[in-house]
Design a protein around this ligand. Structure first.
Ligand SMILES: [Zn+2]
Length: 201
């Protein structure tokens, strides 16, 4: 089992201020969360920087990703190390991810710019049911979307500032290996947790 923050931003997102080195230092020092997906807005540069810094630490795992400003709402693509070509339609992003054994997650579906109920129309792999920057009500709506679509529900802090890191996390039934983690998420071998209540949301 591995605990992962599946959604956060570095200084490579224009609206975020978390230095890549801080992510690596905090992950190294964190007692239980040892993995993270770097999901900057429309760039993978932050991932490459964090990965380079983390390569000296074998016990932490950096999952490549990007939060794409897709047509209709934000979509997280995990397991890709390059930016998808435009146009960024949800269909194109799903195809791009599949061709690279990656996956797609609907980020904060009911908080703008989220896909909302439109998410039901697409063959995405998971729904972000616990977003550290969303209200409990908005997160419950996302949880309901995951239940009614039968899709796995995952969690990510969506941290843009250092103090927002690790507020929520996803427990994945996998070892510290990117392919294994992505396969387990697709299979729904996940549970979401919030630091605030430490029970399933
Ligand atoms: Zn985000």
């Amino acid at each position: 089992m591995i605990r992962i923050d599946l959604h956060l931003h570095t200084t490579y997102s224009s609206d975020a201020s978390i230095p890549p080195k801080t992510i690596v230092d905090q992950l190294y020092a964190h007692p239980t969360i040892k993995a993270v997906a770097i999901t900057d807005h429309d760039t993978v540069e932050g991932y490459h920087k964090v990965q380079k810094l983390a390569s000296a630490y074998p016990d932490i795992l950096i999952i490549p990703g990007v939060e794409v400003s897709a047509v209709g709402g934000d979509l997280i693509v995990l397991g890709v190390t390059e930016l998808p070509p435009k146009p960024w339609t949800v269909e194109n992003l799903i195809d791009f991810a599949r061709e690279r054994d990656g996956l797609t997650i609907v980020a904060h579906p009911y908080r703008a710019p989220g896909l909302g109920d439109q998410a039901r129309d697409y063959n995405v792999d998971a729904i972000e049911v616990l977003n550290g920057a969303s209200t409990p009500h908005i997160n419950r709506m996302a949880e309901n979307l995951a239940k009614t679509t039968g899709l796995p529900g995952v969690a990510g802090s969506d941290a843009h500032r250092v103090h927002e890191l690790w507020t929520v996390y996803t427990e994945v039934q996998a070892s510290s290996d990117i392919d294994e983690v992505l396969r387990a998420i697709k299979k729904g071998l996940v549970r979401v947790f919030s630091k605030r209540d430490s029970i399933r949301f």
